[in-house]
Design a protein around this ligand. Structure first.
Ligand code: FBP
Length: 247
């Protein structure tokens, strides 16, 4: 049987280029080159990423030129970093709209532990229902957040990974919980839901490749990385290293 995520993986492995930071963090993450979505889609294509992740607006205005070159995942919710209210990420795009824009996968953030977690959990479950009817895989961005929540606490990261399985997500994106053992436990708890790790803020490229080697040892399916690619001086070189480590 063809897997639900065969269009966004290669040999069961994922190497996603994340580019939703324009909404999540704003232009402080960008320079003259990477502020331009064309630069990113080109990079995703030349760097042989298995998919690129954007919000719907970027997809609407730029993706048509790259449709047959790199698969698209649309992030269905998002928020800016300007608000100081409790962690909540509203829905901005439906599964149907995402598919019409060419997406072959969708992503949705749940801030596990937020006082508004209930809204995000039920929305995520509804998205899984809609997406699966269209044979579209769902990636849950499961980020523990809220008062008193330590977001890289291994038990909480494993809990977040498990939540994605309970909701029916096909993949879950988590942050590195600080050790290979903790990551391995999160992968185990996620069961048949595949785990991808997010990149985080930019580090030395050699260090980054070493980190990813460790993550792969824990049994993850791959990475969903943004700044550690498109903020680097030579992003294609980093992508080459990444491919060697992942595949
Ligand atoms: P990076 O690899 O650049 O960290 O991107 C991963 C990601 O999950 C993005 O998809 C998202 O925009 C960002 O991190 C959100 O990070 P945070 O909520 O920690 O600011």
């Amino acid at each position: 049987m063809v897997s639900l995520f065969h269009r966004i993986t290669k040999d069961g492995k994922a190497m996603f280029l994340a580019y939703d930071q324009g909404l999540e963090h704003g232009p402080k993450d960008f320079n003259e080159h990477n502020a331009d979505p064309h630069y990113i889609f080109q990079l995703a294509h030349l760097g042989k990423f298995t998919a690129v992740i954007t919000q719907k607006g970027v997809a609407q205005k730029y993706y048509s030129d790259y449709k047959h070159r790199v698969p698209l995942i649309i992030k269905l919710n998002g928020k800016t970093s300007l608000t100081k209210s409790e962690p909540y990420s509203p829905l901005l795009c439906t599964v149907q709209e995402a598919v019409e824009l060419g997406a072959v996968g969708v992503g949705y953030t749940v801030y596990v532990g937020s006082p508004r977690e209930d809204e995000m959990l039920s929305m995520c479950a509804a998205i899984v229902h809609d997406a699966h009817k269209l044979h579209i895989p769902v990636i849950g961005w499961m980020y523990p957040r809220g008062e008193g929540i330590v977001d890289d606490d291994p038990n909480i990261v494993a809990y977040a990974a498990r939540v994605s399985l309970e909701l029916g997500c096909d993949m879950v994106k988590i942050k590195y919980p600080g050790s290979v053992e903790a990551l391995r436990w999160a992968v185990h708890c996620a069961g048949k839901t595949k785990v991808v790790v997010s990149g985080g803020s930019r580090v030395d490229p050699k260090q980054f490749s070493e980190d990813i080697k460790d993550w792969m040892k824990a049994g993850v399916a791959g990475v969903a990385v943004g700044r550690n690619i498109w903020q680097q001086e030579d992003p294609l070189e980093v992508a080459d290293h990444l491919r060697k480590v992942i595949f």
